[in-house]
Every structure is written in structure tokens, then in C-alpha cells.
Design a binder for this molecule. Structure first.
Ligand code: AMP
Length: 418
């Protein structure tokens, strides 16, 4: 008979195994605790959205143009696996009538995102984000608030050595004329640009500023900076955000080349990196203002600001920092019946679960083999049951670390284990 290969995971995705869970739980618990401390409420939105929702708000971005997981469902609907969460959260804000409640709506979300990018360390096709969104206010205080929240989260999970980069990208009023200047600057250089940048020159010139192509780096220095071309409103907003960050003693570096591929982003953009890291794929959290998003989705124009933190990268860093988090045994107690005592073993386990986590070894194997399983599991106690014990409704409770063993009635077990 031909033997087929075992079926492995899809390229670019991975399993988060139990041994990694303490770090994941710490990253998520820290995120939820910090978000709640700032008055944010949790929301869950679907992983699938109409492809049109995603495409309308990001046609010129890599995440949508090149990396979108798009498919037709059985009813012929054109759907996408979300590449980011903000579009869906803003949709939910209107559909769920959160726009009728207290403004701004402060929301946070955990969940998987999907991008068909080239996989490498720190870059997966299914990855997880912690998202924070404040929708319904244009106040600069909120830009600072989400920056501060992101920093607090990273600190809370033990990442202290961070670099915050900050920029503004203007709005629908001052960005278009700025983009014209940028195009004028780059047009004579077109033949010296790479293929992607040549296309971007006319379609999405802002992206020329965050190009990673080595030969294009020298051109950036002479490029016009949007900071010098802000309209009065954007300049005022920008100076307020910076004043508030200074008042909060939040250190940042101005990076005139920090932009967003998504058109609906306006004004503030920011990114947190581990100290010393330079590559884009090292960013731990990225965010900014998106005052144009709601309208791009067909809803009434509504401002918003937020960020997305990458749980895959944050957990990798926490693990690399060798934090104290260790895996605990999945069960404190292992019930080891001798022979055909499944009914009795299940009953004893049920009794002990009143006070402890309990597993049962139902396999028919020697007592010695069962004790090996108990050691592997890391159980603190084993409860041994023989046929004679079962008949008298007693068991032998053994403490693994000392080897001490006592006979107890089943009903006495919870008091002893508590
Ligand atoms: P973005 O939505 O591209 O601004 O990304 C927000 C954050 O999500 C980044 O700062 C990363 O930490 C994380 N991230 C983005 N893309 C990936 C990916 N392919 N794999 C793992 N993490 C990612």
C-alpha cells in the first residue's frame, strides 16, 4: 500500500504550542489590563469581511494589492480574510450603533490577521494583533493617549528598551499638494528607481519615502518633507500632539520617512521598535490617525485613531528576554487506576476536581509505566487505585516530590489536596 506523507501546516502559518502559552497569556493579559485602565472595551469582529470593504480602503497598499486572501464563498460572495482590523472595527462601530453612544468609542480587540507575504522570522501569513481604536473624536489628546497606551503595554510585559518614532502625514487638504511636490522631486530620478517605486511615483508617491531599496536611500534626503507643507489645522494638531507627549515625558524620534501605505491615514503616525532594531519587520506596534476611513467605507465622515501591536513579535521578545514565566503542569493530580477501573477512576477524578486540576491515565500499562507518565506530566500527586481499594472506596495518595504515600477514603481526598 502506498504510504502518503503526513499533512503539515500551511506555509507561513504556525501553531502556538502549550509551552508558549504562558508568554502569550502574559502579553494578552497585560494588553487587556492596560486597555481597561484607559477605559477601553473589548470587541470581537469577524475574520471574514466583504472583500470590497478591505479593498476600498487600501487599494494601493501591499497588504491589499498583493497580499490579500480573497475567495468566493459557496453563495458566490466575494470575501476576504482581514489583513488588519481597523476597517472591520469601524464598520462595527456604525453597524452596532456605537456611534450613538458616548464619544469617542474606546475599543480593543485581539485576533488573527492574514497577509500573503513572503514568510520569514517575525513575519507570518497568519499573525495576531492587539488592536486599540478610539473612534469619534479628532482631539489630539487621543493621539497621545493611544501612543501612551501602546508604550504602557510594552512596558507592562517587560519590554523597556523601546524606540518610538513619530511623524505626521497631513490630511486631505494639505497632502495632495504636498504629493505633487514629491512627484515633481522624484520624476527626474525615475530611471534610477526600482520597478515598484517607479509604479508608486504616480500612484502612491508617499510610499517612496519608506522604500527599503538601497539605491533609493540617497534620494530621500533631498525630498520635500510634509512637515514643511502642513495646512494650519494639521500644523496645530501636530504641535498639540507633541506638546502632550512632552508633558507626559514620552520620548520619541521624529522620522520624516515614516508614512502609511493606507490612504485613509491622516496626521499622526507612529511606530514602536525594540531599541536598536532598524528593520520594518521589527516594528512591535504601529498606529496613527485615520480620519478618512469611515467615509472611505461609505459611512458618515468620522475621525479615529489607534494602533495595532504584533503579538507574535512581542511574545518572541518576551521569550528571548528569558522572563520568569514557566509552564506549569496541566494537571496537579494524576489518577492511576490499576486495570479495568475506568468508572472508579473517573469518579475519583470528579471528586478531586473540586479543589485541583486532575487528569486520568486510562491506558492499560504497568504501574511503573504509569509512574513514568506522572513524572512526564509533572503532576504533584498521583492517586493510585487498585481493585481492592475501589471496593472499599479508598485510594493511595502519593506526593511525587517526597514519595510519601497515605491511604485515604475518596471523600477525604479534596481536604487533603486543597
Ligand atoms: P501593520 O498593520 O502592518 O501596521 O502592523 C501592525 C503590527 O502587526 C506590526 O507592528 C507588527 O508587529 C505586526 N505585524 C504586521 N505584519 C505581520 C506579519 N506578517 N507577521 C507578524 N506580525 C506582523
Amino acid at each position: 500500500m502506498p504510504r502518503s506523507e503526513p499533512i503539515k501546516a500551511v506555509r507561513g502559518v504556525r501553531d502556538i504550542l502549550p509551552a508558549e502559552m504562558p508568554v502569550w497569556r502574559a502579553a494578552q493579559a497585560g494588553a487587556a489590563a492596560v486597555a481597561r485602565r484607559y477605559g477601553y472595551e473589548e470587541i470581537i469582529t469577524p475574520i471574514i469581511e466583504h472583500a470590497e470593504l478591505i479593498e476600498r480602503v487600501g487599494e494601493d497598499t501591499d497588504a491589499v494589492a498583493k497580499e490579500l486572501y480573497r475567495f468566493d464563498d459557496r453563495g458566490g460572495r466575494n470575501l476576504a480574510l482581514r489583513p488588519e482590523a481597523t476597517a472591520g472595527v469601524v464598520r462595527a462601530y456604525f453597524e452596532g450603533a456605537l456611534n450613538q453612544g458616548a464619544q469617542p468609542s474606546r475599543l480593543y480587540l485581539f485576533g488573527p490577521m492574514f497577509r500573503y507575504d513572503r514568510p520569514q522570522k517575525g513575519r507570518y501569513r497568519q499573525f495576531y494583533q492587539f488592536n486599540v481604536e478610539a473612534i469619534g473624536s479628532a482631539a489630539p489628546g487621543l493621539d497621545t493617549e493611544v501612543v501612551e497606551l501602546a508604550g504602557d503595554w510594552l512596558n507592562e510585559v517587560g519590554l523597556q528598551d523601546l524606540r518610538l518614532e513619530l511623524n505626521t502625514i497631513g490630511d486631505g487638504k494639505c497632502r495632495p499638494p504636498y504629493l505633487e511636490r514629491l512627484k515633481e522631486y522624484y520624476r527626474p530620478l525615475k530611471s534610477q528607481l526600482g520597478g515598484d517605486s517607479q509604479l508608486r511615483l504616480e500612484r502612491n508617491p508617499l510610499r517612496l519615502l519608506d522604500s527599503k531599496v538601497p539605491q533609493e536611500q540617497p534620494f530621500k534626503n533631498g525630498a520635500p518633507k510634509i512637515i514643511d507643507h502642513l495646512c494650519d489645522e494639521c500644523a496645530e494638531h501636530w504641535s498639540s500632539v507633541r506638546r502632550l507627549l512632552d508633558a507626559a515625558s514620552i520620548e520619541y524620534q521624529l522620522n520624516p520617512y515614516l508614512v502609511r501605505g493606507l490612504d485613509y491615514y491622516t496626521r499622526t503616525v507612529f511606530e514602536f521598535y525594540p531599541g536598536g532594531a532598524t528593520g520594518q519587520q521589527d516594528a512591535l506596534a504601529s498606529g496613527g490617525r485615520y480620519d478618512g476611513l469611515a467615509e472611505a467605507e461609505g459611512w458618515p465622515s468620522t475621525p479615529g485613531v489607534g494602533f495595532a501591536g504584533g503579538l507574535d513579535r512581542v511574545t518572541e521578545l518576551i521569550a528571548a528576554a528569558g522572563s520568569e514565566l514557566t509552564t506549569s503542569s496541566p494537571a496537579d493530580v494524576l489518577v492511576l487506576p490499576d486495570g479495568e477501573l475506568a468508572v472508579e477512576a473517573a469518579e475519583v477524578a470528579r471528586i478531586c476536581r473540586a479543589v485541583r486540576s486532575v487528569a486520568v491515565d486510562y491506558e492499560a500499562k504497568s504501574l511503573r509505566a504509569k509512574m513514568r507518565s506522572a513524572n512526564k506530566l509533572g503532576a504533584r500527586w498521583v492517586v493510585l487505585i487498585s481493585a481492592e481499594d475501589a471496593a472499599r472506596r479508598v485510594a493511595q495518595l502519593r506526593e511525587m516530590s517526597t514519595g510519601d504515600q497515605v491511604e485515604l477514603a475518596w471523600v477525604e481526598l479534596p481536604t487533603r489536596l486543597a
